[in-house]
Write a protein that binds this ligand. Sequence first.
Ligand code: ZN
Length: 137
Amino acid sequence: MHEMSIAMAVVGQVEEAAEAGGASTVASVRLQVGELAGVVPEALAFCFELACAGTALEGAELVTESVAARAHCRSCTGDWAVGMPPRLVCPGCGQATDVELLTGRELQILSVHWEDGPGPDRVRTPAPTREPIPEER
Ligand SMILES: [Zn+2]
């Protein structure tokens, strides 16, 4: 299942970051999901809960932030909302050969909210060197 492999990748990355930061409990994970990433939020939430069992993320909340897909036409420099099902033909000039997808394929961890001991809750963003979540084709 597509969502299961994503959930496990997210849990793996967060676990690694939590361990490096000395956190014991992860409260929530904020995930950016593009409209075209092919992810069903409900299925992902379900898989996330399963993937969290027995890890530092057990009971953590998954917050998904959806990103609308937008495309850009290099011929007439027009932008439009791609929508679902995706429309990749330019509504301005009617061609689809020089079209660039601007947004919509995002699938990344935005921030992780965890507790590390008696101090106040902290919000951290995983290091920017982290690999994006691999997509399953
Ligand atoms: Zn165009």
